[in-house]
Every structure is written in C-alpha cells, then in structure tokens.
Design a protein around this ligand. Structure first.
Ligand code: NAD
Ligand code: WQD
Length: 339
C-alpha cells in the first residue's frame, strides 16, 4: 500500500487526509474538479509536509481522463471524497446530486475494475441513519434517507455492497462521518465554504470574523439539556487519521464494511457557541429561531466498532476543535480567496 488516489483531495476533509497520508509515507495523487475547492489547499499541504502531490483537475465522471490517470499510476487503493454535500441544495437540485455523487462513483468503480484495483475507502455519512430511533447509533441501526444528498450516500453504500457481493475481490470501507469540525493545527488549511455556510461550525467562525452578523440557532425546544440540537462533532484531523486506519484494514480483505467515525459525545448548539467564545475570546451574537425541517434532536455515535476493528478512536475534543477552527478562520478570514 503506497500510492493512493484521493478523489476530492483538495476539499476540506481530503486536504487534511493528504497531510496524514504524506506524513505516514504514502505517495498521494489527487483528482479534483475544484467545484468546491481551491488548489491553494494543496499548495499548503505541500508546504506543511515538505512533500509533493500529483494533482489532476479532473471530474470523476470523465471516463477518458480518469482512465488516463489510472494508466499513469499504479494505485494500491482509492480514498473517495469527491462529492457534493449541501443538503438544502440537494433538495432543490436532486438530479445534480444523483449525477455527481452516484454516477460519479459508478464511473470510478468501473475504471477501478478495468485497472484491477478493488480497494476503496468511501466517505459515507451519519445521514444514512435517517432519523435514528435512539442514541448512541451503531452500524447495525436501520438505514434510510431523508433528503437527496442522504439518498445519494445510501445508494452508493448499496452499490458498494452489490459489487462486493458480485465479486469477492472488492474491499470497501464505508466511513460514516458524524459532524466534522476543526482544522489543521498549523492554521494553514481548514474549511472554506464557497457560499454562506450550511453547517454550524463554519457559520460560527464567520460570525466571529464579522462576515456574518449573527447565528440563528435552529430550535430551542428539543428534549436536550438546553433545548438546542445535539451532535457528535469530530475533529477533522482525527477523521483524517481514521482513513489511514481504514487503509490498513483493507489489507486484511474485509469485504464491504461500515464504520462510524465519531467521538461518542454529544454537544448542543449552545455548548459549541460557548466553547468557541472561550477559545476565541469573541462574542457570538445569536438568536433562537424555529427548528430547521429534517433536523434530529440528538445524534451521536457508538464508535466502539472502529476502536475494536480499525484500532481508531478520536483523541481531540471540543477545545481543540474550537481553538483550531478559530486559528484557521482568524488567519484566513476569506479562506483561500486572498491567495
Ligand atoms: P468538500 O466539498 O470540501 O470536498 C469535496 C471535494 O470533492 C471538493 O474539493 C470538490 O471540488 C470535489 N468534487 C466534487 N465533485 C467532484 C467530481 N465530480 N469530480 C471531482 N471532484 C469533485 O467536502 P468535505 O467536507 O471535504 O467532504 C468530503 C466527503 O465527505 C464528501 O463526499 C461528503 O459528502 C462527505 N461527508 C462530509 C461531511 C461534512 O460535514 N463535511 C459529513 C459526512 C460526509
Ligand atoms: C448541526 C447542529 C443544527 C447551522 C449535516 C448533514 C449531514 C452531515 C453533516 C454530510 C444542528 C444546528 C446549524 C446553523 C444551527 N454532512 N445549526 N444554526 O445537520 O447535523 O449534519 O452535516 O454528510 O449529512 O445533514 O450539521 O452543522 O448543519 O448542524 O442551529 O446556522 O447545528 O440545527 O442541530 P447536521 P449542521
């Protein structure tokens, strides 16, 4: 296992994973169409690690170009981050999500098969649990989708289970991320949403640098300790390290298996606001507004399977996530745009 193809490697989680891969001695090739990212992220990955990355500005749906990349390099595995991830946009433009995420993955799998490569780590999501009946959530909970984005993730999981059942050479680890947050400790790379953020942490950090005026807290009447929604926020560097553990696991030819990547701890929206204020010294103005449709009250992982079988567990906590998010946002108020 030494040369890894990272699809979507210029994005938020992909760029952090590139650092961990390079630091562990892997060679990294990135394919990204830059639809939601900037090559500056990869330039900074190179400067943090002192190592090179081969980059191809290619859409995973482009068979000819993907084929050319696979002909040029002998990969031992693919880590597949490339995808669109905005829930609201997926409701407004479902076909865009089915085309990019589902068809894009289908093309990737076909090209892998043509080149005799059967090892994949896939970015799944806790969204495949739909509205969970209880917490903590284990991998054996029923799966369902509550929006087209979630349906695209669930369909890709099913696609991988189908190819695994059809041919035992396939090994795919489905990493179901909970709520990624934080940034690399260098402060040089982090989350850089192109539009107004949908997710809580980037919204908070943009309020802190006064790009946004105030946070709307969606719902204050949930049955939680302070009435606001509870989630399992996981540091993006912990998440990135989980991919290296998954690559190790692929060597034992496990078939197609899912793992939750979360901390197992739930924090409310107001817990996150308070922790961020403490870490940054900034006040975050907020108002309590109606619930956001489709939001669960409480969602957190049982991450014991990843600990037992991947030898992985989260090591960083809420102070690390809020401090590192602030270091990134305050040092780069406009993300990568200024470079
Ligand atoms: P991101 O948008 O920062 O990264 C995705 C990358 O994929 C971007 O660089 C984008 O340009 C690229 N891309 C998209 N479509 C492509 C295509 N057709 N061809 C080539 N490149 C393409 O998002 P992220 O937060 O780093 O998420 C990475 C993966 O993890 C996604 O699949 C996402 O669905 C999944 N995920 C993210 C979260 C989260 O909250 N961030 C949670 C669970 C799962
Ligand atoms: C977290 C909490 C909100 C914004 C989403 C996707 C999921 C996965 C992770 C990709 C909730 C509250 C948020 C705001 C708020 N992505 N909130 N004001 O909804 O748990 O998960 O991202 O796979 O599929 O659905 O994350 O960060 O949007 O919300 O009060 O402006 O913060 O209601 O309780 P979510 P989030």
């Amino acid at each position: 296992m030494n040369k890894i193809l990272v699809t979507g490697g210029a994005g938020y989680i992909g760029s952090h994973t590139c650092i961990e891969l390079l630091e562990a001695g892997y060679e990294v090739v990135v394919v990204d169409n830059l639809s939601n990212s900037n090559t500056e992220a990869l330039t900074r990955v190179k400067s943090i690690t002192g190592k090179d990355i081969a980059f191809y500005q290619v859409d995973i749906r482009d068979r000819d170009k993907m084929n050319a990349v696979f002909s040029e390099h002998a990969f031992s595995a693919v880590i597949h981050f490339a995808g669109l991830k905005a829930v609201g946009e997926s409701v407004a433009q479902p076909l865009k999500y089915y085309d990019n995420n589902i068809y894009g993955t289908q093309v990737l799998l076909e090209i892998m098969q043509q080149h005799d490569l059967y090892h994949l780590v896939f970015s799944s999501s806790a969204t495949v649990y739909g509205e969970p009946a209880s917490v903590p959530i284990t991998e054996s909970f029923p799966l369902s989708a509550v929006n087209p984005y979630g349906r695209s993730k669930l369909f890709i999981e099913d696609m991988l289970r189908d190819v695994g059942a059809s041919d035992p050479r396939w090994n795919a680890i489905l990493l179901r991320y909970f709520n990624p947050a934080g940034a690399h400790c260098s402060g040089l790379i982090g989350e850089d949403p192109k539009d107004i953020p949908n997710n809580l942490m980037p919204y908070i950090t943009q309020v802190a640098v006064k790009k946004l005026a105030s946070l709307s807290v969606f719902g204050s009447d949930y049955a939680t300790h302070d009435g606001t929604g509870v989630r399992d926020y996981i540091h993006v560097v912990d998440l990135a390290k989980g991919h290296l553990c998954a690559l190790e696991k692929l060597q034992s030819k496990p078939g197609v298996v899912p793992y939750n990547l979360g901390t197992g701890i739930g924090y409310s929206v107001l817990d996150m606001v308070k922790a961020f204020e403490k870490a940054s010294g900034c006040e975050i103005p907020y108002s309590l507004v109606d619930r956001r449709p489709g939001d669960a009250a409480i969602c957190y992982a049982d991450a014991s399977l990843a600990k037992a079988e991947l030898n992985w567990q989260a090591e960083l906590g809420i102070e690390d996530m809020t401090r590192d998010s602030w270091r990134w946002q305050s040092g780069n108020p406009n993300g990568y745009e200024d470079t």
